[in-house]
Design a binder for this molecule. Structure first.
Ligand code: ADP
Ligand code: MG
Length: 573
């Protein structure tokens, strides 16, 4: 057996450093945070070799007084906290006094700094945490920290460094986040001598987003306007529903100016797009939450990417409500070219972005964005008044609107109408419309079991079913909402049974929502059904009354718009 001995101090320092400095990007993050805390207006980040070669962060902030430079590099020394009580009202990004010490412990660091109210600057050099030189220098106020040979003394960590491209991506992500969170500061990012990103420092978040995502996406983003008089302030920019991504990676969240990774808040954003996005797709969003400092605990993790709220539920609801409002108000009818409609190849609007988007990732799920598309109207969902022209393929309604042609998917549109009508009645229970003759429906044993188990819920939603021996059920009523009358009870029940079979694991609320969607799907007018002019007109009038008329409850578009100018272009006028 080995005897228990204290660890040598340099090993202790390296272990502690590991929590703060996981990779080159964490060095960038910590140094940038220090520059922001120092009141910098411009922060320049230079990186060589994805951070393995060198990382340099230069700012024009308050600088470090000559007498305090050594202290700054010691562990648990900070100018940002003086008492435990301060921990409850943190307004700076740093407060643990660990970053500079940790970075210095695992690399070679040079720091040149001059405090604003001092005449002379200081240059220090540290290797593995030890100060190896110090002298006075002349320089303008501010601080430049240069980090070289990261992990030179921690072979285990060095081995785990990922490819240069991966490290660059992580660095880019951090710089972008801070540029968005601090639009009044100018951030300049240089990789291997080439400037790849610059935020204008104008104070406007949208300007930063244009620099990050390119002019088209930047222009399409919808503004989240904060509610007044609430303790939880939610603001930011979110994508219109047609701008969707394959994962949650582009939901960027900040709490009190600090970037956070919070699955629940991200979920609140996704929830706000409920029924507006195709299944399995995620929105692009930048959401900033501001709460009184004492309402949130940021001291959960050394990297500080997690936070805890005193009232997480209230924050969740505020985020969901604010984002939903922005999306519903801002949603526009998708224009040809924003949906991939193969039959109508539409040339993308010719545009040369002054600057390529910083994110090389193509904005999938979105073509050229043209705004504004729809003149303001009195309808709740902002749908323009449409005049029916006819029907194509017994599937699409052709209509004319104030700016051109509209094609409406009759099934998707009717699903939306039924869905909103049922959801509106759901709180008090959807009334039942008894059938003149009950309809017997045979189900598989599995489906029969599920329908039997959910009979009460179905009844509350206006769909009365009754066991009829074996695996057969009698449908006695359909939900009594405006335009359900022509539905086939059999199809409705089969659709519901299938939905129950697919979504068994959900909460009661989720099950009920799924049932409503299935009822609507089963009851909606089908593709291939010839409609009279009156039926088409009635459908459009009902659609106009919807809060979200532009997508079906599954997130597919209900209509496509071809503007007069697009028609002109297609005809080479
Ligand atoms: P923390 O940020 O948690 O205080 P750090 O180790 O990151 O801890 O920094 C220690 C101290 O060094 C800070 O509290 C601050 O006083 C000073 N400091 C670090 N970077 C800068 C900078 N860029 N400009 C001015 N002061 C700085
Ligand atoms: Mg710090």
């Amino acid at each position: 057996m080995n005897r228990i001995r204290p660890l040598p101090p340099e090993i202790v320092a390296q272990i502690a450093a590991g929590e703060v400095v996981g990779r080159p990007a964490s060095v960038v993050k910590e140094l940038v945070e220090n520059s922001i805390d120092a009141g910098a207006r411009e922060i320049r980040i230079e990186v060589v070799g994805g951070g393995r070669g060198m990382i340099r962060v230069a700012d024009d902030g308050c600088g470090i007084p000559a007498a305090e430079v050594e202290l700054a590099f010691q562990r648990h020394t900070t100018s940002k906290l003086t008492s435990a009580d301060d921990l409850l009202h943190i307004r700076t990004l740093g407060f643990r006094g660990e970053a500079l010490a940790s970075i210095a412990a695992v690399s070679r660091v040079t720091c040149a700094t001059r405090a604003v109210d001092e005449e002379v600057g200081t240059l220090v050099r540290l290797e593995g945490g030890e100060m190896v030189s110090r002298r006075a220098i002349g320089r303008p106020p501010g601080t430049t920290v240069t980090v070289e040979d990261i992990f030179y003394n921690v072979p285990a960590r060095r081995k785990f460094l990922r490819s240069e491209a991966t490290e660059r991506r992580h660095i880019d992500a951090w710089v972008t986040r801070y540029a968005i969170a601090y639009p009044a500061l100018r951030f300049i990012l240089v990789h291997d001598g080439r400037e790849v990103f610059r935020s204008p420092g104008s104070g406007r978040v949208r300007d930063v987003l244009v620099a990050v995502y390119g002019p088209e996406v930047g222009a399409a983003l919808l503004e989240v306007v904060p509610e007044t008089g609430s303790d939880v302030r939610v603001e930011g920019f979110v994508g219109p529903p047609e701008l969707h991504r394959a994962d949650r990676g582009e939901i960027t969240l900040f709490v009190n100016g600090r970037w956070v990774q919070d699955a629940r808040l991200a979920y609140a954003v996704v929830q706000a797009y409920h029924t507006l996005l195709p299944t399995g797709r995620y929105p692009l969003a930048v959401v900033q939450v501001t709460v009184p400092p004492e309402e949130v605990d940021v001291n959960v993790h050394p990297a500080k990417a997690e936070v805890r709220f005193r009232d997480g539920e209230a924050v969740f609801r505020a985020v969901q409500r604010a984002v939903r409002q922005a999306v519903v108000e801002g949603a526009r009818v998708p224009t040809m070219g924003t949906v991939s409609a193969g039959a109508f190849p539409v040339r993308p609007a010719e545009r040369t972005p002054e600057r390529a988007p910083f994110f090389p990732r193509a904005p999938e799920g979105m073509g050229p964005v043209q705004m504004p598309l729809v003149p303001p109207t009195a309808h709740p969902g902002g749908m323009p008044p449409l005049r029916v022209i006819g029907q194509v393929g017994a599937t699409y309604i052709v209509a004319e609107g104030p700016d051109g042609l509209y094609l409406i998917d009759q099934h998707a549109a009717h699903e939306r109408v039924l869905y909103e009508q049922m959801m509106a009645r759901r709180p008090e229970g959807v009334p039942a419309q008894p059938l003149l003759e009950p309809v017997a429906v045979d189900l598989s044993p599995e489906w029969a079991g599920l329908v039997g188990a959910h009979r009460e819920t179905l009844c509350r939603l206006g769909l009365e079913v009754e066991p009829f021996g074996g695996t057969t059920f009698l449908v006695r009523s359909l939900p009594a909402v405006g335009t359900m009358a022509s539905a086939h009870p059999r199809e409705v029940l089969l659709e519901v049974a299938q939905g129950l079979a697919e979504g068994r694991a959900g909460t009661e609320e989720e099950v009920e929502q799924a049932i409503v969607r299935r009822v609507c799907k089963g009851a909606a007018i089908k593709a291939g059904q010839v409609l009279s002019r009156e039926e088409m007109e009635e459908l459009l009038r009902s659609l106009e009354q919807c809060a979200s008329p532009r997508t079906c409850p599954h997130g597919r578009p209900t209509m496509i718009h071809i503007s007069i100018s697009q028609l002109a272009r297609e005809f080479n006028r």
